[in-house]
Design a protein around this ligand. Structure first.
Ligand code: ADP
Ligand code: MG
Length: 628
């Protein structure tokens, strides 16, 4: 027999396997998604390497994934075998890739999973992916046979097997006693646990592929299917016509309105089949079904894609348990002659880290494909997307980018720059469309991305106007008001956009501010700004539709009083209150710059305001915070 090399698992792997086996039972379906995703990666790697080394793959043998369930002949249970014709693994790679935790994400997963006492590990798998170890959710023992392609360094590769059981603390790697049966690639055999027999059913497997993986690979997936068929014993009647009948089972399940009628129908049908059995015999027919035959979602016409398909594609591709908030599916042209199809997704959550991360975070979620072939999701740090869009998830499939474009030369091309501009433009279009057409959805967008939109308007002068139009504010009269809506509601003769800013203050207490009361009493609407970027946005905008912004806590307020009238009234008042003003100025010397009679107050006797060109109390607060 072949000598078996025994390896002890790295301690982390033992920990991980324990978690997998003990606490993820209700999510064990994911094993298939993980194994298909690995097969997909292996096929992508092979195709990428073959661009520069034709010996690895010359384009002639098919690249695909196959799944086969084999029931035990002598009892319950059985095996599920998942194979791919991808890059394969050498014996060293088998030990290194499957026996250690190379992924940094898995280590983080481990820590979180152990801290959470197994209560929400299900969500964690979604976020991190458990990879190969999820095999042990359903299998007592796993065999991985693998054969790498022939290369200059390795002209005669030998197929090896990695073998491990769920309860052992070691794994083995040894030459496959069957020889090089694979041709190339990897074959994973799961010896199913007693309680995992459901995965022997082709229907179940097909359902899982449709749910999780039909979307995450563009390589064909074949499912082995053995079905009973009836063939004629003698050639009496044509069996072809029988085949097209829906069959007894189907008929009974659809006739659900009258029980008695159904029972009768069944007995009729049974008689029928008995009769047929005399002329036919049952045989087992082997068949490989291509179970993901549709072109990938992004290449289809958006009219033919359901919302659910978009959601599933998003969830499978970007590993998110929650469906996206919105998406935009479009075809385009980069302007330098490269046409593409793309889907842009707005996730329903913004990562907690968004506001604390630095400005230039390269996104990992723009998946660039060329003619369905995955090229890269690394858009590099040379030219990251603007911060305000860094959370975006995109699948983009270009038609005629030369396939041999390397990741490095890709960075040099205009292509990426153009793609980034298109993504930003399309995102703004999508947000604008939602704002115009779907109020409910736009509310959700505001809840999550309201401050992000304001950041965009501050960050990007080119898009400032469009994004500022999407920004929403509280006012003394309404919630969630756009600048345009504010202008529509302005009073006749109103020449300024009134606002009061105090970061972090509750809107209710801003409403009670003495600075807004006179305006409010006279029917003017005042924007109430309590988000950090609000006032900075106004300072950047300077004007909106030719109207200037006026901080009601600053001097310079203009009202609709007749100018002559106002002047006279002002004169009268200053005569009348001259002694008081003089007295106040004396008493407050060194504390305030000036004491003046104001026309802005209704019930409060006085207010302390900032100089027109000085800082408001709010900006002073911000500056103090920044200098701390
Ligand atoms: P990940 O896919 O996130 O790297 P996995 O645990 O799923 O983590 O897989 C670990 C590694 O094992 C992969 O990175 C890959 O190198 C290797 N591997 C797994 N499955 C295959 C396969 N079918 N073909 C080739 N290599 C594979
Ligand atoms: Mg994986």
């Amino acid at each position: 027999s072949v000598p078996k090399e025994k390896h002890a698992y790295q301690s982390d792997v033992a920990r991980l396997r324990k978690i997998v086996i003990n606490s993820l039972y209700s999510h064990r379906d994911v094993f298939l998604r993980e194994l298909i995703s690995n097969a997909n990666d292996a096929l992508e790697k092979l195709r990428l390497i073959s661009l520069t080394d034709k010996r690895v793959w010359d384009g002639s043998e098919p690249l695909n994934i196959s799944i086969k369930a084999v029931k035990n002949e002598d009892g319950p249970g059985g095996r599920v075998i998942i194979s791919d014709t991808g890059i394969g693994m050498s014996p060293e790679e088998l030990a290194a890739n499957l026996g250690t935790l190379a992924k940094s994400g898995t280590t983080e997963f481990l820590q979180r999973a152990e801290n959470s006492n197994g209560t929400n590990n299900g969500n964690l798998i979604g976020a991190f992916g458990l990879g190969f170890y999820s095999s042990f959710l359903v299998a007592d023992r796993v065999y991985v046979a693998s054969l790498p392609p022939k290369t200059a360094q390795n002209p005669d590769p030998v197929q090896h097997v990695f073998s491990s059981s769920a309860d052992e603390s070691a794994f083995e790697v040894y030459p496959d006693p069957r020889g090089n049966t694979l041709g190339r690639g990897t074959e994973i055999t799961l010896v199913l646990k007693e309680d995992a027999s459901e995965f022997l059913e082709t229907k179940k497997l097909q359902e899982l592929v449709n749910k999780h993986s039909g979307f995450s690979t563009t390589f064909p997936i074949y499912l082995f299917h053995q079905h009973e068929d009836e063939v004629p014993v003698e050639d009496e009647e044509s069996p072809a016509s029988d085949k097209s009948d829906p069959g007894p089972e189907k008929q009974t399940s659809s006739a659900d309105d009258d029980d008695e009628a159904v029972i009768e129908e069944v007995s009729d049908e049974e008689k029928d089949t008995e009769e047929k059995e005399k002329k036919t015999k049952k045989v087992l027919v082997d068949e490989w079904m291509h179970i993901n035959p549709l072109p990938p979602v992004w290449l289809r016409d958006s009219k033919d894609v359901t919302d659910e398909e978009y959601s599933l594609l998003y969830q499978a591709t970007f590993r998110d348990f929650t469906p996206p908030l919105a998406w935009q599916h479009f075809a385009g042209d980069t302007g330098s002659g490269i046409s593409f199809k793309a889907i842009l997704f707005i996730p329903s959550r913004l990562d907690d880290k968004f506001w604390s991360e630095p400005l230039n975070v390269p996104t990992k979620d723009i998946r660039l494909l060329v003619k369905r072939v995955f090229i890269t999701n690394d858009f590099g740090s040379d030219e990251p997307l603007p911060k305000w869009t860094s959370w975006i998830k995109v699948i983009i499939d270009a038609d005629d980018l030369p396939l041999n474009v390397s990741r490095e030369s890709l960075q040099q091309t205009k292509f990426l720059k153009q793609i980034k501009q298109i993504i930003v433009k399309r995102l703004i279009q999508l947000l604008t469309k939602i704002a115009d057409e779907d109020l409910e959805k736009f509310k959700k967008i505001q809840q999550t991305y309201g401050p992000v939109i304001k950041l965009g308007a501050v960050e990007s002068p080119a898009n400032r106007e469009k994004l500022a139009a999407l920004a929403r504010f509280h006012t003394t009269q309404r919630d969630s008001v756009s600048l345009d809506e504010y202008l529509e509601n302005r009073k006749q003769g109103q020449k300024q956009i009134f606002y009061l800013a105090d970061v972090g203050k509750p809107i209710d207490s801003l409403k009670k501010s003495v600075f807004v009361e006179k305006l409010h009493a006279r029917g003017y609407e005042v924007l109430l700004l309590n988000e950090p970027l609000d006032e900075i946005l106004f300072q950047n905008l300077k004007r909106w539709k030719k109207m200037s912004f006026q901080d009601v806590a600053k001097a310079g307020l203009k009202f609709d009083l007749d100018q002559q009238e106002e002047k006279e009234q002002q004169k009268e008042l200053s005569e009348k209150y001259k002694p008081l003003i003089t007295w106040l100025k004396e008493r407050a010397q060194g504390v305030v710059r000036d004491v003046v009679i104001s026309n802005r107050l209704v019930t409060s006797p006085c207010a302390i305001v900032a100089d027109e060109h000085g800082y408001t109390a709010n900006v002073e607060k911000l500056l103090n915070a920044a200098n701390r």
